[in-house]
Design a protein around this ligand. Structure first.
Ligand code: FES
Length: 570
């Protein structure tokens, strides 16, 4: 027997309100038979002209609508906050939770039975999914898809990764202005999200691996006609999901999250995924300790040879067989019995997927690196934990002892880091603080601190760098990130002085400040909290409620257990 549709509460009663709800749909030019008795599907579209990663989504929503009509549903496209990684300041991360709230409340307050979530630029994937998990209506995610490879002078350019790399060369004086301008015009050639293994490619792959997209959806480049077909199939499928009452809570469990982490590791995924996965699991009602990432990383080889850890780009991954082929290759590391939005298990979704190019998706015995791309560090500098991506670091620096050079803010760093008189050597440890969830605010991606120019001139290209910030998934270097608790609230990072010895031991998973306990205690007593960043508005709400990096930076009141009731309709 078919379930009673949620939207029927709005549309079916023979009441004044029922009349009003029906008449307003008819105002759009539809007849009663177009929507009555059909699943109403919200297409949450994060299209915006200020978000080039999503500029095809308005057109793609039309394909989703075609699919919904074909499936027997009634589509309604609804705009949602477009978090654009490139432009949103002080940090797009500050707004992930706003999109999550918006998603949840749009779905709760409107007469909808299911949702297609359209996004891909870094924070849009977790924001949409967090809201949908909390609302728990049948929901399916349609990834925006990666943009095409960049091209300059016949050379493939990767978003972010090659920007950082060539900017370093530009600072070193080895790239002239004309070449730089040519690169600017060639690095982003089509709609779609960053095509390196940044946060966008990582999180869309994670969404697929935890079971919230149709099989293969995360790998298709945005301009490919297969992306249009995937959009239509997604529209058709959500209608069936409504009738099957397949909600996030029926799909997501600890095993599906293990699949998401495993996919992230095998892809050499972004460290940002850790924060987002912890937040997503929290919305589903369970804790994901950082050590889970370390455990899974230790048993998962990096097979995707994608920048920044590898050589290729997402378009190459698609032609090599895509995520399905990669997951089939690591099937033994997955829980293939987890159900997905396709109505089948993950194991069925990837069955028979073939790797077409072993250079891009490496065989198990020839990985990019034998272990996953993430290590969790603990120690007196990071009692709540810290993260490093060893696969993107200089192996020689993974065990390192050096003296701190401390910057209290990004502004101070910008001012001093290239000063020829800066007291710094290649062995120094650069420390940036006040860049965490509250201090940043919003944990900006400043964790790949620039190498001082005087060291660049000597050929230095990597150093140990510490911060409570995040780092773009497209970035690289020996950068210790997400140090918790953050310095802005008095975490141990706040107590470091320039000249202190710091020890990084990635194989031993340790990060230590070599200062006697008594001296640290004295510094702690002297420490005074900085003034609040915001005294009003959304920023003040964030400051009151945001959790630390190891807890997912969600708002504590959204992370909380319990249920929010359905709206009364009078
Ligand atoms: Fe949108 Fe990178 S800027 S994904």
């Amino acid at each position: 027997m078919k379930p009673v549709l949620r939207s029927a509460r709005w549309f079916e009663p023979d009441t004044m309100r029922g009349f009003s709800h029906r008449s307003r749909i008819r105002q759009l030019g539809f007849s009663r038979e177009d929507f009555l008795g059909k699943p109403v599907i919200a297409i949450l579209n994060t299209w915006s002209e200020i978000n080039p990663c999503h500029y095809h989504l308005r057109e793609r929503a039309e394909a989703v609508k075609r699919g919904v009509w074909q499936g027997g549903g009634f589509p309604v496209e609804i705009p949602a906050l477009s978090i654009t990684e490139t432009y949103m300041k002080p940090s797009p991360m500050l707004y992930r939770n706003l999109l999550a709230i918006e998603t949840e409340e749009i779905l709760r307050s409107l007469p909808v039975d299911g949702a297609v979530l359209m996004g891909g630029c870094d924070k849009t994937t977790p924001g949409l999914l967090m809201g949908a998990i909390s609302m728990n209506l049948p929901s399916i995610f349609l990834p925006a898809g990666p943009m095409l490879r960049g091209n300059w002078n016949g050379q493939a350019l990767g978003s972010g990764t090659d920007l950082w790399k060539f900017w370093t060369e530009r600072c070193a004086g080895s790239i002239d202005a004309e070449t730089w301008e040519q690169m600017e015009g060639g690095i982003a050639r089509s709609a779609g999200h960053c095509m390196t293994m940044g946060t966008a490619s990582t999180m869309t792959a994670v969404a697929e691996a935890i079971g919230l997209t149709l099989p293969g959806a995360s790998s298709i480049p945005a301009p490919d006609s297969n992306h249009v077909r995937m959009a239509m199939a997604t529209g058709r499928r959500i209608v069936d999901m409504v009738w099957e009452q397949q909600t996030p809570s029926t799909l997501l469990n600890e095993h599906s999250f293990d699949n998401g982490i495993t996919a992230c590791m095998a892809m050499g995924g972004s460290t940002n995924a850790i924060i987002h996965l912890v937040a997503l699991a929290g919305r589903r009602g369970f804790a994901l300790p950082l050590e889970r990432f370390d455990t899974i990383a230790a048993r998962t080889p990096v097979l995707a040879d994608i920048r920044p850890s590898g050589r290729f780009l997402m378009e190459d991954l698609y032609y090599a067989g895509g995520l399905r082929a990669l997951l089939e290759r690591i099937r033994d590391l997955l829980h293939p019995d987890c159900f997905t939005v396709s109505g089948k298990t993950l194991g069925e979704n990837i069955q028979g997927a073939r790797v077409i190019n072993d250079e891009v998706i490496r065989p198990m015995d020839q990985p990019v690196s034998a272990q996953g791309g993430t290590a969790v560090l603990r120690g007196n500098l990071a009692p709540g934990g810290a993260i490093i991506k060893p696969s993107a670091a200089d192996p020689k620096l993974l065990r390192h002892r050096g003296q701190a050079v401390v910057f209290d803010s990004m502004a101070e760093l910008e001012q001093r880091v290239h000063d020829p008189d800066l007291d710094v050597t290649p062995d120094s440890v650069l420390v940036l603080r006040n860049t965490g969830p509250l201090g940043g605010p919003g944990m900006p991606e400043w964790g790949m601190l620039p190498i001082p120019k005087k060291l660049l001139d000597r050929g230095v290209r990597d150093m140990v760098r510490l911060s409570d910030a995040r780092m773009s998934g497209t970035a690289y270097g020996t950068c210790v990130l997400h140090i918790a608790p953050e310095s802005y609230i008095g975490g141990p990072l706040a107590l470091v002085h320039s000249g202190d010895w710091i020890e990084l031991d990635v194989p031993g998973r340790r990060l230590e400040l070599d200062v006697p306990e008594g001296e640290l205690q004295r510094r702690k007593e002297e420490w005074r909290p900085p003034p609040p960043r915001y005294t009003r508005g959304y920023g003040a709400l964030c400051a009151e409620s945001v959790t630390q990096a190891n807890l997912g930076c969600d708002f504590d009141f959204l992370h909380a257990g319990g249920e929010t009731s359905e709206p009364d309709i009078f």
